[in-house]
Design a protein around this ligand. Structure first.
Ligand code: CO
Length: 172
């Protein structure tokens, strides 16, 4: 056993030495060529933080697939709502409505029911952003700026849906 360990150790040392030699740059030229490419990628990373893509799905069972979405204040949000069901929007319509903090949701939803001619979007200043109403197989995307830090409610304003179709947008 002792003999075997020595052989294993010797092989390991040979292997490590071999790797080390391969990893060593052949000249200083190699290092100076690599350095600028790292600096060039840095601004791209910062740019990506300014924008965020969110996706939320809905279905024929009157459900969203997410109850929580997270963004950072100042980010440009592109939100895509999908409807993976088959039912028409007149029967199982869904939208995504982001409400200002402090909005009384049952009161807002009652107003929304009366706004059928405007896709259940009532007049007033409670809404920060909203998609259109979609049916099975459809989707809609909207772009808006993330509001200030806080926890915001989102709902589907189709009649009777808000009690189940609801969630929080957390702005950090
Ligand atoms: Co709905």
């Amino acid at each position: 056993m002792k003999h075997l360990s020595i052989i294993t150790l010797s092989i390991s040392i040979l292997f490590l030495t071999g790797c080390k030699n391969e990893a060593t740059p052949k000249s200083n030229e190699t290092i100076s060529n690599e350095t600028p490419s790292i600096e060039q990628t840095t601004p791209k990373v910062e740019e990506n933080l300014k924008e965020i893509n969110l996706e939320i799905s809905s279905n024929d069972q009157m459900q969203y697939d997410k109850t929580e979405l997270k963004v950072k204040t100042g980010q440009k949000i592109t939100l895509t709502l999908k409807h993976t069901g088959k039912m028409k929007k007149e029967v199982m319509g869904h939208n995504w409505v982001l409400l200002k903090i402090g909005t009384d949701i049952p009161i807002f939803a009652a107003k929304a029911v009366k706004a059928k001619d405007n896709e259940y979007i009532p007049s007033g200043d409670e809404i920060i952003a909203h998609t259109k109403i979609i049916g099975g197989g459809e989707s809609d995307s909207i772009t808006f700026d993330a509001p200030e830090k806080g926890i915001y409610d989102f709902i589907c304003s189709f009649p009777g849906h808000y009690a189940i179709m609801k969630g929080k947008l957390i702005v950090e």
